[in-house]
Design a protein around this ligand. Structure first.
Ligand SMILES: C[S@@+](CC[C@H](N)C(=O)[O-])C[C@H]1O[C@@H](n2cnc3c(N)ncnc32)[C@H](O)[C@@H]1O
Length: 432
């Protein structure tokens, strides 16, 4: 397919997503089945166009002063892909499979309109109802922060030090353009272009042998900030498929006791295979059994309880731009209740002098600082470890990182704009 034909397909697909109100991933899958002649390069390029339209859904419509599928695609080409009018005109030449030529109104909008006077939720491309929530954390910077939260994310890898060294893995992945991430001493980054095909990390020897895991740098840092050490007793209370568990296991160097559980056994199921591939032996996975408390034998003995809390996931919007438009206010209420419950479950597990590392992949204050403040009010035996002390594990980069992140009395907030990572909040709570 020509670039112009791919653009026509994207306009058609956006119109289908609008009309049928279906998730973009489903629409793309159905389109692929119905257009078997399209090759993998075509599919990747069309997916890239669709995700980019979703990233710039409101701002593109504002720019074009029209919310039709075609206008949003055209607006996105200017805002997200940085195309000038001549390039867009060349794509829309009215040829056999190309979009119709630009109308005079479209040309005028592309030439003269801007986002200068757009409201923050339009310029930053997020649902209107979230505006007061984002204003609470970012104030006047909310449009800029949200714009970064809408941009395409790189592919980040964490080198598993139980299986390999970063320099060695880096040289073995040079064919993918891998380079070191700026903050994490274990991170590698592969930038993905707009039309990029999946780089096939799962088929790399280093992945098969457990030397690398796919993990955003923010998630790597969140695990590092827990400062898990060899010989400690560590409980990962919301382990899910084990992203943080694996990172913490490497920090423990095979020494000590690492317990992992989750309220949902289906989320937890893949962890066994992942721990084994990563060469972790000192683990104990506690699969939930109905209402039974699977940690009933743990009484104030843990050095560290890691809570990778269930959250709204606003920090990961750049990886899933569809999700932010589907988020409803009720989702926040549910998550706040879940988070308070998990914190309550963690408190009695921690020994005196031990700690909770409370982590979310959300930027919202309600899920972060406010949740921590409410917990401390209920549990005065806990206090927040000063955020600079939490960042100290980054050694020579600690100071610069603490400056880049948004610091509060309760913890550190990473954002795509500030730290170039997904949005992650980390608070370390020490028990007296
Ligand atoms: C952010 S996800 C965890 C992701 C995982 N730690 C990782 O790094 O891949 C949050 C997890 O919390 C779990 N969860 C929700 N409520 C919980 C509770 N009350 N106790 C334990 N886990 C809970 C969910 O099932 C979900 O797997």
């Amino acid at each position: 397919m020509t670039p112009a034909a791919r653009l026509s397909a994207a306009i058609e697909l956006i119109a289908t997503i609008d009309a049928q109100r279906i998730p973009a991933a489903k629409a793309l899958k159905e389109w692929g089945t119905a257009h078997r002649y399209a090759g993998s390069g075509d599919r990747a390029a069309i997916s890239g166009l669709i995700w980019d339209v979703l990233r710039r859904q409101s701002s593109a419509a504002y720019l074009m002063d029209d919310a039709s599928a075609r206008s949003r695609v055209l607006g996105m080409l200017k805002l997200e892909r940085g195309m000038d009018i001549a390039t867009i005109q060349a794509l829309c030449d009215g040829g056999r499979f190309a979009p119709d030529p630009l109308t005079a109104t479209e040309e005028a909008a592309l030439a003269s309109r801007s986002l200068e006077d757009a409201p923050a939720h339009v310029a930053g491309d997020y649902p209107d109802w979230l505006d007061p929530h984002l204003a609470r954390v970012f104030g006047d910077d909310r449009a800029a922060e949200a714009t970064a939260m809408a941009s395409r994310a790189p592919l980040d890898l964490r080198v598993n030090t139980l299986r390999g060294k970063r320099e060695k893995v880096l040289s073995r992945l040079s064919h993918l353009g891998a380079r070191e991430t700026p903050w994490s001493p274990l991170g590698l980054r592969i930038e993905l272009g707009a039309d990029a095909r999946n780089p096939g990390i799962h088929a790399e020897e280093d992945f098969i042998k457990g030397a690398i895991e796919i993990q955003d740098e923010g998630s790597q840092l969140a695990a590092l900030f827990s400062a898990a050490k060899p010989g400690e007793q560590v409980i990962d209370l919301c382990a899910g498929a084990g992203g943080k568990t694996l990172a913490v296991a490497a920090m423990m160097q095979g020494k000590g006791r690492l317990m992992a559980t989750d309220s949902d056994k289906r989320q937890l199921a893949p962890i066994h295979e992942r721990l084994s591939r990563a060469g972790v032996h000192n683990y104990d996975v506690r699969t939930p059994r109905g209402e039974e408390e699977v940690l009933s034998d743990i009484k104030a003995s843990a050095d560290l309880v890691l809570i990778d809390a269930p959250c709204t996931g606003t920090g990961t919007w750049r990886r899933n731009p569809d999700a932010k438009w589907r988020m409803r206010p009720g989702a926040l209420e549910v998550r706040l209740k879940d988070q308070a419950e998990v914190l309550e479950r963690a408190a009695p597990l921690v020994k005196g002098g031990g700690r909770i590392a409370y982590i979310t992949c959300s930027v919202l204050s309600e899920e972060n600082g406010e949740q921590v403040r409410a917990f401390i009010a209920r549990h005065p035996e806990f206090s927040v470890q000063p955020p600079e002390q939490t960042a100290a594990v980054l050694w020579d980069k600690a100071e610069a990182f603490a400056e880049a992140a948004l610091q509060s009395a309760e913890g550190l907030l990473m954002t795509p704009r500030r730290t170039g990572t997904d949005g992650f909040f980390v608070s370390v709570l020490r028990k007296a």
